[in-house]
Design a protein around this ligand. Structure first.
Ligand code: C2E
Ligand code: MG
Ligand code: MG
Length: 639
């Protein structure tokens, strides 16, 4: 509000100055003509000297004013000049002119009694009359000018003692009062007109400002991501499209995906997540804005188009960005860290349209993340092949159980002392168009595309059904591998119960194997599920122990029944493997779980493991995974 009033004042002052100066040249000219005629038309030796001296001063003053008026016209008239200062200049010229006229009239009324005095009175009165409109823009000056021109002279005439001049004095004073009133009214009117005019201008300006703000808001809503202020998808795509269409320059597209962001969002909360996204956006956006276009693509994904960048520059820049993004964030007095994996695609080498370029960069990021997080990968055609193979597998996997392409094989676990089978591990097999796909390849695809739930349930049901046929006398448990994402699902316990009730398999004959990666998931949920299974009598094993994030305290809390030492340690039993296996045996005795060694391929390994106290052994040395029809024979042979 204050700024509006100030602006209005500034406009008014400038307009006042314009009105004053626009009449200045004619006003000065009239004063110059009047003073010259009055001084030189009459020849009175008594007053001549004063008149000529007065004229010299007056003409100098008028000359200075003329110079000021011309300077204002040439230099300031059409600019945003300082109105207050210009008015001051003007007034400083006008008021002395008035004083000069007053001096002239007073002097003449005292020293002349002829026609010259009467002429002077008429001339000065006319000048005062003209001034009411010429000076109307500035009330104090208009009033002062009328007053100073007429009042002192009229008073002097009143005191002259001659009746006719006293009469002239009375007339002069009356005229002065009328002129003051007229000046005051004209000034009020002019001021009001200027006010209305400028009020409208200010209102229009205010409206224009509002329209500008609204337009900006609409632009932001449709082009910017509200959380980070970066371009949104639509705006980025259209900018990228026009870059491709209008310039021939090459550029690199960086697909940036934050690592471990979801974990922070899920465990610490969305407030922390939002702060990290905002700060990451700021870090991405802090560089030269002309050379890059930054966008929040969605969730924790960002895109940067780097102008004029080749592969080398793009990789260097990406490494820098990873470093910047990995700097910890300060959230409520604790430090939170996320990483970033970046995929790069180059225009025009890798793709020629904005969509396919983004797809290529996304693919590069995706494959890079699988290999190693917080690193940079550049798109290559092999990726495209791998990706289409992956999609082919994913599509095949969707219908695998319906097309009866899935089967389960069973690998025995034997006692380390007697080599007699103590359980069988169910291992899934998938054959598509005559080709066996390894579980290492298809299980991860099933996990990524959310197919693991259906496939996992199928395995559980069929493994339990099969195990329930393994004879009444010798009842052997079945170990079923379960992915972590399947394990933490709410309905997992129901699926287990279904599998047990349809197969009539006692719960004690079912062992669930979860990999060590459970320790990186939400431990509270894992603990809850483990306890739930154990209270029902189902046993739980940790698979591939030693390859991932083991946490002894989590192991203690979980209270698993069995730990399966990974094949890599067995194979390395003469190196570091032995120390690790002995360490596991120590923990096993204090935490009270059984130990299985996986991947036993020869007699020597079997003996060494038995010596170390391992309870059970599993591996090709005893048996490869068996087809269903061979199990009965195997059991019979080894009892
Ligand atoms: P795992 O649970 O550790 O299974 C053991 C793997 O080691 C099996 O591979 C088995 O064939 C192999 N193996 C056993 N003995 C030896 C040996 O002496 N030498 C060598 N070199 N390998 C041996 P497979 O069947 O290829 O399964 C690989 C992984 O796939 C499994 O590792 C398991 O994590 C996963 N998997 C298999 N079936 C399922 C399933 O139904 N569900 C889930 N979620 N994962 C499964
Ligand atoms: Mg296993
Ligand atoms: Mg294993």
């Amino acid at each position: 509000m204050a700024s509006i009033t100030r602006e209005l004042n500034e406009h008014m002052q400038r307009d006042t100055a314009v009105l004053l100066y626009s009449n200045a040249i004619s006003g000065i000219t009239i004063s110059a003509i009047a003073s010259t005629l009055l001084v030189f038309s009459f020849d009175d030796p008594v007053t001549n000297f004063f008149q000529v001296s007065w004229w010299c001063v007056m003409i100098t003053l008028l000359g200075l004013r003329m110079f000021d008026a011309i300077w204002w016209k040439k230099k300031l008239q059409h600019t945003q000049f300082d109105g207050k200062k210009a008015i001051k200049h003007f007034v400083l010229g006008v008021n002395p002119t008035g004083v000069m006229w007053a001096i002239y009239l007073v002097y003449m009324s005292n020293n002349n009694i002829g026609i010259e005095l009467t002429t002077t009175v008429i001339a000065v009165a006319s000048l005062a009359g003209g001034a009411t409109s010429i000076l109307a823009a500035h009330k104090p000056t208009a009033i002062f000018y009328s007053f100073i021109l007429l009042a002192p002279g009229s008073i002097s005439l009143l005191m002259s003692g001659a009746f006719e001049f006293e009469l002239l004095g009375v007339l002069g004073l009356s005229f002065c009062i009328v002129m003051i009133l007229i000046s005051s009214k004209a000034a009020n009117f002019t001021r009001q007109t200027l006010f209305l005019k400028n009020e409208n201008v200010t209102l229009v300006q205010q409206m224009e400002e509002k329209v500008k703000q609204r337009t900006q808001k609409i632009y932001e809503l449709s082009n910017l991501d509200p959380l980070t202020g970066l371009y949104n998808r639509a705006a980025f795509l259209s900018h990228l499209k026009s870059t491709i269409e209008t310039s021939n320059e090459k550029f690199a597209l960086l697909f940036i995906d934050l690592d471990e962001f979801k974990k922070i969002n899920d465990t610490i909360g969305h407030k922390a997540g939002d702060q990290i996204l905002k700060e990451s956006a700021g870090r991405l956006n802090q560089n030269d804005k002309d050379s890059q276009l930054v966008c929040r693509w969605g969730g924790d994904e960002f895109l940067i188009a780097l102008r004029n960048a080749d592969e080398k520059t793009a990789v260097e820049k990406s490494l820098q960005l990873i470093e910047q993004l990995s700097t910890p964030h300060n959230f409520e007095n604790s430090l939170l860290t996320v990483g970033a994996t970046i995929g790069i695609a180059l225009y025009p080498e890798h793709a020629e349209t904005e969509e396919s370029l983004i797809q290529a960069a996304d693919m590069a990021m995706y494959f890079q993340k699988k290999q190693a997080r917080s690193t940079v990968g550049v798109f290559s055609e092999t990726m495209e092949k791998l990706y289409s193979h992956e999609l082919h597998l994913k599509n095949g996997l969707t219908k695998a159980s319906e097309n009866q392409q899935l089967r389960i094989v069973f690998q025995p676990l034997v006692s380390a002392d007697s080599y007699k089978p103590v359980a069988f591990e169910a291992l899934l097999r998938w054959k598509i168009n005559g080709e066996e796909i390894t579980p290492d390849e298809f299980i991860s695809i099933a996990e990524q595309y959310g197919l693991i739930h259906e496939i996992g349930s199928w395995v559980l049901k069929n493994a339990c059904l099969e195990a329930s046929t393994w004879g009444r006398k010798i009842q052997l448990p079945v170990c079923v591998n379960v992915s972590v994402i399947q394990f933490i699902e709410d309905d997992f316990i129901n699926i287990i119960e279904d599998a047990l009730s349809t197969s009539n398999l006692p719960a004690s004959l079912l062992h669930i194997e979860i990999t060590e990666s459970v320790f990186s998931a939400d431990t509270a949920t894992i603990l809850k599920q483990v306890k739930c299974l154990q209270t029902r009598g189902v046993k739980v094993s940790i698979d591939d122990f030693g390859t991932g994030y083991s946490s002894l305290s989590a192991m203690q809390d979980l209270g698993v029944n069995m730990v399966k030492i990974d094949r890599s340690f067995v194979q390395n039993i003469h190196g570091n493997g032995r120390a690790i296996i002995s360490a596991v045996m120590d923990i096993a005795s204090s935490l009270d779980f059984l130990v299985v060694a996986e991947g036993v391929e020869n007699e020597h390994q079997a003996k060494e493991l038995a010596k170390l106290g391992v309870d059970f052994l599993q591996g090709y040395y005893f048996s490869k995974p068996l087809e269903v029809e061979d199990i009965a024979h195997f059991i019979k042979q080894h009892q």
